[in-house]
Design a protein around this ligand. Sequence first.
Ligand code: UDP
Length: 237
Amino acid sequence: MLPKYKRILLKLSGESLMGDKSFGFDTRVLSQYAQDIKSITELGVQVAVVIGGGNIYRGMNEAETGIERAHGDYMGMLATVINGMALQAALEKIGVYTRLQSAIKMEQIAEPYIRRRSIRHLEKGRVVIFGAGTGNPYFTTDTAGSLRAIEIKADVIMKGTRVDGIYTADPEKDPTATKYGIITYQECITQKLNVMDMTAFTLCMENSLPIVVFDMNKPGNLRRVATGEKVGTLVRG
Ligand code: UDP
């Protein structure tokens, strides 16, 4: 089967790693994600991953934690490295070669982020996991995903979530909500659809990087998206 995309950036939220738990990660979810990623590398798709940290720590809530925003954000970035290491272990366990690159230097466990080097890894068929977000506070891992996707010239950013696409309204609250198959960046803005935070979304729009939002928790879905099946919602210009 021929893949639709040659190089993808997969954005996984930290929260989705929790499965049914309320904190941390569920090893079953990690191994499902690893299997799904493996299945598309076998099609020849080059895969880079940006992983969130919300299952461990989110820095944004200064009022609640009493921890200064920037300080908490660095803690959040470290959380993404833990998740990156967990995904790396799950992938290597099933024979997928990986490299973890961190936007914050931690030489003992990850390579520093070097754009050209990450591209080289991808060309060699290794899955590259980007940890520590952008390396800067006041950003999110969605923004890190858009940024890295553009830097490595990915064909698409695939945002794996727990819902199967973008809806006209919140499907959990409004039973009449319907799912978009394809939608433009502009329509998302006018209809105030929360696909990603604004910084991340604008980066995609300005650089004409398509976004696919899909349910990553359904085994096989990643492969379906990668081979061009109509799964999830495609956002484009
Ligand atoms: N973060 C940051 N800069 C970045 C990426 C992440 O400061 O470039 C921090 C921020 O505090 C964020 C946390 O890391 O809340 C975890 O990332 P995120 O909330 O994006 O994870 P997700 O929602 O995908 O689980």
